[in-house]
Ligand binder design. Structure first.
Ligand SMILES: [Zn+2]
Length: 259
């Protein structure tokens, strides 16, 4: 243990480090992980970078580019400064670069999605919840700005295939039927009927549409709610559609925090 430690300490700092006379005199490097290789050696080995272990004019001990001989730390610093000085120009340059490399970026993304679908899904979900407000706002604004277009598209779809709406209604009714337990009682029926009435009253009071909703969705992938009185809540329709069958809200009044 002792021998190994002192050996490393003795080797690391000394190797190849020389301070430029008159320049800043940095302390000994705290670590040296890169292998020393000359520019010519790196070039003949087909490498893009080389490392001499020597200080650059600005006092970095960093890898250098084989093609230009430039210090990578200096390049990074220059980039950082120019980004701070002209953020708008940097944004434009970045945009152009992304546009130019779009197919490559998409390829890499698709590859990542294939290799670790879970991490990708979690990543996009996390992103969505972090930016949920602005995403929904943008969507809403788009819908409002193009209301006529959206309505027309829906009308066209319905006209092209009038069975679609009936089909979904059928699916839904079947799902409800499947979710009615053998102990379905007068109370269950009463609550659901009153909840449906409440949607109308709330609509008249607030001007937005309301739905009688199953707190635990009756068609969810991970849970199967029942069509019973204590799985009932009256929530804004907008929230209900955003909820689809994925977002499971199991607590009473939990929907309030999404408003
Ligand atoms: Zn440098």
């Amino acid at each position: 243990m002792d021998g190994r430690q002192s050996g490393r300490q003795a080797r690391a700092p000394a190797r190849g480090v020389t301070a430029k006379s008159g320049g800043p005199t940095p302390g000994p490097p705290t670590h040296m992980t890169k292998e020393i290789i000359s520019r010519a050696e790196a070039k003949s080995a087909g490498l893009k970078r080389f490392f001499t272990g020597l200080l650059c004019a600005n006092g970095h001990i960093s890898e250098r580019q084989v093609s230009s001989g430039n210090c990578l730390a200096c390049s990074a610093e220059r980039k950082r400064t120019s980004r701070q000085k002209e953020p708008e120009r940097h944004k434009t340059v970045l945009k152009i670069w992304i546009e130019k490399n779009k197919s490559r970026i998409n390829e890499l993304r698709a590859q990542r999605r294939r290799e670790s679908p879970d991490s990708h899904r979690n990543g996009s979900l996390a992103w969505y919840y972090k930016n949920r407000d602005s995403v929904l706002q943008k969507k809403d604004a788009k819908r409002k700005a193009n209301r006529e277009k959206y309505n027309k598209r829906q009308r066209d779809r319905n006209a092209a295939d009038p069975t679609v709406n009936r089909y979904y209604a059928k699916l839904r009714n079947a799902a409800i039927k499947r979710s009615v337990p053998p102990w379905f009682s007068e109370l269950d029926e009463l609550v659901w009927r009153e909840a449906t009435r409440l949607t109308q009253l709330r609509f008249e009071a607030t001007g937005i549409k309301w739905d009688a909703d199953h707190m635990i969705p009756i068609k969810a992938k991970t849970a199967h709610g029942l069509h019973v009185w204590n799985n009932c809540q009256v929530i804004p329709s907008s929230l209900n559609s955003a909820k689809t069958n994925k977002l499971v809200m199991t607590e009473r009044n939990e929907w309030l925090i999404y408003i």
